[in-house]
Design a protein around this ligand. Structure first.
Ligand SMILES: NC(=O)c1ccc[n+]([C@@H]2O[C@H](COP(=O)([O-])OP(=O)(O)OC[C@H]3O[C@@H](n4cnc5c(N)ncnc54)[C@H](OP(=O)(O)O)[C@@H]3O)[C@@H](O)[C@H]2O)c1
Length: 272
């Protein structure tokens, strides 16, 4: 006899910072209705916050797996093996299991979760909490189209997402995973420059952050390449080209490339 279709479209195990961010994004983006979601967490405070969205919250991770079509696991990387290991006999054949645990490969997820579920590994970033995540995801083998679409829709509701081969996840970790820290340093340095040129700290920080946001939007929305945007803003013998020259003298590009590569190398090293 066929198994009955589970009641909830999405189950979430771990409703901390990232679990809740994806839950809120999924609801806001119309990917799931709150009434289609069941979530579990060991922390009562996190369960209560999840319930505020209108979803069902429980202490029981097994209930989440048994009652959901797709399961998103958003616990810390140190906890994920034990959490999945406890649930391995609960996963249905072909059930979608999505992990966002940083640095935990598909092979480890498979060993812990057993043979039944279809696996997806996601590398989101902290910007998920403001709906501007840059995420990449990899699956083990080809997913059924409906599941592929669900993953893409959920991650896109929280920002932008690309599908990559798993061997590129370390590169993603170095770029968009660590990138918010690099961009924060750039904004801080721009603001310091503004203060040095006479602006107040508050004004300089707002102008630096908003300039970064606006430039990123121009590149993403107009599909402009960054070099063209730079060229458009540099008039002959003008102010901007003088600043660009100073950045080149300071080795900005090489420093940023080195940072991404160093972070990707470290991710590879930590992943063993
Ligand atoms: N934060 C980021 O910027 C970021 C970026 C990329 C990837 N990630 C990944 O996202 C995942 C979640 O990170 P986070 O920052 O959201 O962590 P978090 O805020 O600590 O959330 C994890 C939640 O899971 C709960 N939990 C722990 N053990 C559990 C269990 N056995 N069953 C059910 N719930 C359990 C935790 O409760 P307690 O706190 O009471 O233990 C906590 O509420 C991590 O794997 C991380 O690698 C995070």
């Amino acid at each position: 006899m066929d198994q009955p279709t589970p009641r909830y479209r999405l189950g979430i195990i771990g409703t901390g910072v990232m679990g809740r961010a994806l839950l809120n994004a999924g609801i806001r983006g119309g990917v799931v209705a709150a009434s289609d979601v069941i979530a579990s967490d060991v922390s009562e405070a996190c369960r209560l916050e999840a319930e505020e969205t209108g979803c069902i919250a429980t202490e029981d991770n097994r209930e989440v797996v048994e009652q959901s079509q797709a399961v998103l696991v958003a616990v810390k990387p140190q906890a994920i093996r034990a959490v999945l290991g406890d649930l391995r006999d609960a996963f249905g054949e072909g059930q979608l299991l999505i992990s966002i645990a940083a640095g935990v490969p598909l092979q480890t997820l498979r060993e812990a979760a057993g043979p039944a579920p279809n696996l997806v590994r996601v590398m989101p970033n902290v910007c998920c909490t403001v709906g501007e995540a840059a995420s990449a995801w990899a699956s083990e083998g080809r997913l059924p189209e409906q599941q592929r679409q669900f993953v893409a829709d959920l991650l896109s509701a929280a920002g932008q997402a690309v599908e990559v081969k798993e061997e590129l996840i370390d590169a993603v970790t170095g770029l968009s995973g660590s990138g918010p820290a690099f961009v924060a340093m750039f904004i801080e340095a721009m603001a310091d420059g503004g203060v040095r040129a006479g602006l107040s700290r508050d004004q300089a920080q707002m102008l630096a952050a908003q300039t970064t946001l606006g430039a990123a939007k121009l590149i993403l929305q107009d599909e402009q390449d960054p070099a063209s945007l730079k060229d458009r803003v540099c008039s002959p013998a003008g102010t901007t080209i003088a600043g660009v020259h100073a950045l080149e003298r300071g080795g900005l590009r090489a420093a940023v490339m080195d940072a991404v590569v160093a972070a990707a190398d470290r991710a590879r090293e930590l992943g063993g």
